[in-house]
Design a protein around this ligand. Structure first.
Ligand code: ADP
Ligand code: MG
Length: 247
């Protein structure tokens, strides 16, 4: 079966720094792939290249076997790629439901014109589904700015699923989320992965979270993949331990 995502020999330099250095990886259909590594190892840069937010210096990226280098973020969204951001990207002055609708509209055109023009395209139904699914029904009409940080992270995750993507890239979905909400977030991500057969790539620093969520993990250090395996294999890998302790 063709992998959902294939990255081949991807390199991204900033001046003299090779932030991503000859990285190749595959994401299989329905897989939850973890991407870990010390700060500055190139994880977010890799995501931004895949998502068309940064132009790769070299290398190839394929979605369902088709080259996607050079496509804009909005093109990728239309082709079924969703994302969450390392820093929250919710609109504090919009309600939870409005945030979801805006996220769903982003892949069909200018969000504000759609919002003002009230063209719905089934987005309200989908927003209601996502509100329920991500345990936000009781705050559906609250302004996002009034939610707790953990609830905002749940909303941020829910927004990535509005356009019914086949691949979602999550950048530190658990960052700053307290223990009580963490279990719920992980459980919801596992549930939506199974229900909608969507593949994930998850960047995360919380090892317990990532080990409990992912079936396979890649480890980046200084822009290169230094290890790959199941959570147990990666946890015991001396190269991984060294990469973390060496920093
Ligand atoms: P991570 O997400 O793993 O913490 P990043 O991808 O953010 O790492 O950063 C990888 C390296 O690239 C770091 O050395 C960082 O300073 C550098 N870098 C990231 N973005 C830029 C940029 N826009 N301009 C210059 N250097 C950058
Ligand atoms: Mg990062």
């Amino acid at each position: 079966m063709t992998p959902v995502l294939q990255v081949s020999h991807l390199t991204k330099s900033f001046g003299g720094i090779q932030a991503v250095d000859d990285v190749s990886l595959e994401v299989r259909q329905g897989e939850i792939l973890g991407l870990i590594g010390p700060n500055g190892s190139g994880k977010s840069t890799l995501f931004n290249c895949i998502l068309g937010q940064l132009q790769a210096t070299a290398g190839e990226i394929r979605l369902d076997g088709e080259p996607i280098v050079g496509l804009r973020p909005s093109d990728l969204s239309r082709r079924g790629v969703g994302r969450t951001f390392q820093l929250l990207q919710v609109f504090p002055q919009l309600t939870v439901v409005e945030n979801l609708i805006v996220a769903g509209q982003e892949h069909v055109g200018s969000m504000w014109s759609r919002l003002v023009g009230r063209r719905d395209c089934g987005l309200t139904d989908r927003a209601r589904q996502m509100v329920d699914f991500f345990l936000l029904s009781h705050v559906a009409q609250e302004y996002a700015g009034n939610l707790s940080y953990g609830q905002q992270k749940l909303l941020d995750a829910a927004m990535a699923f509005m356009a019914e993507p086949r691949l979602v890239l999550l950048d530190e979905p658990a960052g700053g989320v307290n223990l009580t909400m963490l279990a719920g977030l992980r459980e919801r991500l596992i549930a939506i992965n199974a229900r909608e057969n969507v593949s994930f790539v998850v960047i995360e620093h919380n090892m317990e979270f990532v080990m409990g969520l992912c079936t396979r993990i890649l480890v980046l250090a200084e822009g290169r993949i230094i290890a790959e395996g199941t959570p147990d294999q990666v946890r015991r890998d001396p190269r991984v331990i060294e990469a973390y302790l060496g920093h």
